[in-house]
Write a protein of this length. Structure first.
Length: 99
């Protein structure tokens, strides 16, 4: 799969990144290399490989990190108690989308 400079610029714009022409060329090459490696991995025969349930520790298929026990939810007032800015029962944050 070949990635184009136009696609790199599009993804950079989605991430709000300003890339120079040199950076776009470098990223195009880097992403091409990554996609080529993924294509190599796709060619591997994994038919006989058992699926892994947990990668951190061995466990049963339904292993969880903690028991699922019901408890009282956090009250809205408690959740907002240490918020730097709140209003109308919500956290208020600075606007980050400029478009």
């Amino acid at each position: 799969m070949k990635i184009t400079e136009q696609e790199v610029r599009y993804v950079a714009a989605l991430a709000h990144l300003e890339l120079s022409d040199e950076e776009v060329k470098r990223m195009t090459q880097d992403l091409d290399g990554i996609l080529a490696y993924v294509d190599q991995l796709r060619q591997l025969d994994t038919e006989q490989v058992e699926p892994m349930a947990q990668v951190l520790f061995p466990g049963s298929e339904n292993a969880t990190l903690r028991g699922d026990e019901p408890h009282e939810p956090l009250a809205q007032e408690d959740a907002l108690a240490n918020a730097p800015l709140s209003g109308a029962g919500q956290f208020k944050v600075p606007r980050v989308i400029e478009r």
